[in-house]
Design a protein around this ligand. Structure first.
Ligand SMILES: *Cc1c(COP(=O)(O)O)cnc(C)c1O
Length: 311
């Protein structure tokens, strides 16, 4: 991603795009599920999100594998094979014409034909779609850094209650925290786990840099693919990286902070609870990882090129 690319993220109309459900492709505006679907009524659903940048999927195999693991843990059944899901996602992107896309696959518990309360009787529903690429951080925030707030009043749902490795829509903790963060003048938030350590934010993981080394929370958070990518990149750049508990004191004392998500990649944080981090600009390690991350989008080992002209 270059500065010019960042500019292109603004001013997009949402949601154009293409969806696949009930075995058919359709414009995004026509993709709808019933209000009786348990995906809505009980948040009984899992999903995964991958992005396409400059016409290439990034690390799609890792996202497919995580989606499979989430489905298995929730006993949800998708009749398509991995290759078939991959084809559906490619078709959604191709038919949308989008070169930069946010691509989602999801499976809801569905509806029981007899309205029984037994989840085994529901007919699971697979949906996929491609919409314009969206980012946690806007163009200015990607360049100058985000203003982040640590929220202390609401804790992340503990892993004993909902397994965070199952990508899920249980976001009431995160959304409640977001409103508090906005009231405090911040742009996004991070919340703690029930043990009082730093956990994650709405759809992103968090990293700090301290004396040239990387640290990120390990427990009670989704192990994001972007988080994993940071570990992979850190290894090639010979930057030591650690997954371990992180206290609020450690976060506040960081030399650099960044957040990671498929929706935005590696995004600098330059203000924490109103106080500047370092010199108030994105730090050197954050920038090096940012550049390495986007450069990797052209590596055939990590990407899948969409052939927009193929049938
Ligand atoms: C998706 C998500 C992330 C980031 O994961 P990526 O695979 O990097 O996109 C982090 N936390 C939560 C709760 C998420 O849903």
């Amino acid at each position: 991603m270059t500065t010019a690319d960042i500019g292109r993220l603004d001013g997009l109309t949402y949601p154009t795009g293409m969806a696949f459900m009930a075995g058919q492709y359709m414009p995004m505006s026509e993709a709808r599920i019933s209000v009786l679907d348990w995906g809505l009524l009980h948040s009984d659903v899992t999903y995964d999100t991958v992005h396409v940048w400059n016409g290439k999927f990034f690390r799609l195999d890792l996202h497919l594998a995580r989606f499979r693991r989430s489905l298995a843990k929730l006993r949800l059944h998708v009749s398509l094979s991995d290759d078939e899901i991959r084809d559906v996602l490619v078709q959604c992107v191709k038919r949308s014409g989008l070169r930069n896309a946010y691509v989602e696959m999801l499976c809801t518990r569905g509806i029981s034909p007899t309205f029984s309360r037994d989840p085994r009787e529901a007919i699971n529903q697979f949906v996929a779609f491609a919409v314009p690429y969206g980012s946690v951080a806007n163009a200015r925030q990607l360049k100058e850094g985000l203003h982040l707030h640590v929220i202390d009043t609401v804790r992340r749902i503990p892993p004993e209650s909902v397994d965070p490795q199952i990508k899920n829509y249980h976001w009431l903790d995160l959304v409640t925290a977001l409103f508090e963060g906005y009231e405090a003048g911040a742009e996004t938030v991070v919340i703690k786990d029930t043990g009082g350590n730093i956990a994650e934010g709405p759809g992103f993981n968090i990293f700090i840099v301290r004396q040239g080394e990387l640290f990120t929370p390990e427990h009670g958070v989704l192990h994001g693919i972007t988080r994993r990518t940071v570990f992979d990149l850190a290894a090639t750049l010979s930057i030591p990286a650690h997954a371990c508990d992180m206290s609020e004191t450690e976060l506040r004392g960081a030399d650099e902070i960044f957040i990671t998500s498929t929706a935005g990649g590696i995004m600098p944080v330059t203000k924490l609870n109103g106080t500047s981090i370092g010199d108030g600009k994105p730090g050197p390690l954050t920038r090096a990882l940012f550049d390495a991350y986007w450069a990797k989008h052209d590596d055939p080992a990590w990407s899948l090129t969409v052939d927009y002209d193929a049938p």
